[in-house]
Write a protein that binds this ligand. Structure first.
Ligand code: NAI
Length: 286
């Protein structure tokens, strides 16, 4: 595998803009793709704001900020965005059919040697890979939110993922200043297999009136030394994403202990998706 120099990030939402940021900061040329030009404009200003914070902390200079931003171009066509890249990192919403259709396009349009990575939180890498003509080059590259801050990249090997592909993604993650941890392909991998049942239980506790949202979060922060409470974290992740992950765990593992809390479903149905929509378990005045 030749060195990874050019990357396309598909989806410019919560995760996509962070992934584009760290890749550009790691000296890669980045094409950030989203169907929605408004999202791309928003992503660019989010990245600029986050880089300003790094300048303020004297982690980078103003000149470096401009260089990093200059490495990111935006594109509204997936086919055009992936035409000349070494790696694609897909970060579209957590919907199985959507991931499959995006990977059909990626497999058709990206160069034959390109690695196709998914930032999926829970969907089977083996199944995504099995639908492509290059299952050895398909892998999970699961960044954590907020991407510029969090160190972990959970690297998920599908059944057919090659050692070469895994090695390239591990090396790239290190070069981006992250700590890669290899795991196997099971629903929710490690991170969300352990995290989401806790978040779901916190929502049940809220629904059953065990305590207020603030009290639940304080118990977990002060009592368990979590940096933020589970309901605050759910709002940060996005309640629609939390629900989608729980649905995958419930369906794929076939155990009712993963059943999504009805209150979580209700919030998602209402469009209360957390920070990104301005309201979830808490309100976020913009
Ligand atoms: P999001 O909803 O914030 O962003 C998704 C973006 O994809 C949107 O901007 C949307 O316009 C775009 N999109 C939809 N269909 C598209 C298409 N066909 N082509 C190009 N762009 C398209 O979602 P978020 O939270 O960034 O999640 C993305 C992925 O990352 C999901 O698989 C999620 O499970 C995973 N993830 C999310 C984390 C989180 O904390 N939100 C943490 C780790 C992984």
């Amino acid at each position: 595998m030749s060195e990874i120099k050019r990357v396309a990030v598909i989806g410019g939402g919560t995760m996509g803009n962070g992934i584009a940021h760290v890749c550009a900061q790691g000296a890669l040329d980045v094409v950030l793709v989203d169907l929605d030009q408004g999202v791309l404009d928003q992503a660019r200003s989010t990245i600029s704001r986050n880089l300003d914070r790094q300048v303020k902390k004297e982690l980078i200079t103003g000149e470096e900020k401009e260089l990093i931003l200059g490495r990111i171009v935006t594109e509204t066509s997936v086919a055009a965005g992936v035409a000349e890249v070494d790696l694609v990192v897909e970060a579209v919403p957590e919907k199985v059919e959507l991931k499959h259709s995006i990977f059909d396009t990626l497999d058709r349009e990206a160069p034959e040697m390109a690695i196709l990575a998914s930032n999926t939180s829970s969907i089977s890498i083996t199944e995504i890979a099995g639908r492509t003509r290059r299952p050895d080059k398909v892998i999970g590259m699961h960044f954590m939110n907020p991407v510029p801050v969090m160190k972990l990249v959970e690297v998920i090997r599908g059944l057919a993922t090659s050692d070469e592909t895994t090695g390239a993604v591990v090396e790239l993650s290190k070069a981006l200043g992250k700590v890669p941890v290899e795991v196997n392909d099971f629903p929710g991998f490690v991170s969300n297999r352990v995290l989401l049942p806790m978040i779901n239980e916190a929502v049940f506790a809220l629904m059953e009136g065990v305590a207020t949202a603030e009290a639940i979060d304080q118990v977990m922060k002060l009592g368990m030394a979590h940096p933020m409470g589970p309901l605050t974290l759910a709002d940060l992740i996005g309640l629609d994403t939390c629900l989608s992950i729980l649905e995958v765990l419930h369906r794929e593992l076939g155990d009712d202990r993963y059943r999504p809390c009805p209150l979580l479903r209700k919030y998602v149905a209402a469009g209360w998706l957390g920070r990104k929509s301005g309201r979830g378990f808490y309100s976020y005045a913009s």
